[in-house]
Write a protein that binds this ligand. Structure first.
Ligand SMILES: [Mg+2]
Length: 275
């Protein structure tokens, strides 16, 4: 039941991503499709929020550290009812509240302006500390990428979180094996990733980040003794075979006549019928 709800949300979010990408002719579509199951799990199952009051003090804070994944977050905010679906058509346009790289001051429900990369987790640690000081029981969820594991600031924050016993903090790492300069393994070897988080004092789980049930199970098992990280292996372009099989690039080019093919493949795959 929970899983079906999240899968439906992820499917609709992937459509939103393709529609926004087509409107601008570009966008970080591959990453957003890959991370859609993670974002859907967060927004359709985990986060406490009020759609009509995005600044409600009791809300859980979701921090998108990867500002360039904003197209994916906008899809999630639409699915959550915080942004109207119709507003997605303005994505990336002048005067839009939905710029191509995420800006917290523009977009309702967006907690931080993510990127430069490596800043999300340090901010999340500060927020989690602050909420605890205030006696506010809200949680902080930080979404970061495998490329951000190259950044010293990420590991300083990881050590700080466990030092301060921030059980109100959960990190999700999108391990799509790709970053701006190429395949992650070739830029800077970060494996074994679980061992590094464990050494920093975190409760660690690693799951298939495109398996909704596995994501839900991981959230059900997060620790009450330590900050928790869920390492999520994802596939760039997930749900659209045309993009899943295309040569992987940080910025994926999609031709004008391919968007409808992408949508058709997404629908066919979700309904279990041939495209
Ligand atoms: Mg990556």
């Amino acid at each position: 039941m929970r899983a079906a709800k999240v899968r439906d949300a992820a499917y609709r979010m992937r459509h939103h991503v393709l529609n926004m990408g087509e409107a601008q002719g570009q966008g970080y579509v591959g990453q957003a499709l890959g991370a859609a199951d993670m974002l859907a799990t967060v927004y359709a199952d985990q986060l406490r929020f009020r759609a009509d009051d995005p600044d409600w003090d009791g809300r859980d804070r979701f921090l998108l550290s990867t500002g360039h994944y904003a197209i994916g977050l906008y899809a999630a905010l639409a699915e959550a009812g915080i942004v109207d679906v119709a507003e997605l058509d303005t994505y990336g346009s002048d005067e839009s509240r939905l710029p191509m790289s995420g800006m917290a001051s523009y977009t309702p429900g967006m907690e931080i302006s993510g990127g430069s990369l490596g800043h999300g987790l340090p901010v999340a640690v500060g927020m989690a500390l602050g909420l605890r000081h205030q006696g506010n029981g809200a949680r902080v969820l930080n979404f970061l990428s495998d490329g951000e594991l190259d950044e010293g600031s990420t590991w300083e924050a990881a050590m700080g979180a466990s030092h301060h016993g921030l059980t109100n903090l959960t990190a999700m790492v999108d391990i799509n094996a790709l970053q701006a300069d190429g395949p992650t393994a070739g830029v800077l070897r970060t494996e074994p990733v679980p061992d590094k988080w464990a050494a920093c004092g975190w409760h660690v789980q690693r799951v298939d980040g495109n398996d909704v049930q596995a994501l839900l199970d991981a959230f059900d098992r997060i620790s009450t003794e330590a900050p928790s990280v869920i390492l999520c292996d994802t596939k760039v372009g997930k749900g659209v075979p045309l993009l899943e099989t295309r040569e992987k690039a940080h910025f994926m080019r999609i031709d004008a006549d391919e968007w409808q093919i992408c949508r058709d493949q997404l629908t066919a795959g979700y309904q279990g019928v041939p495209a």
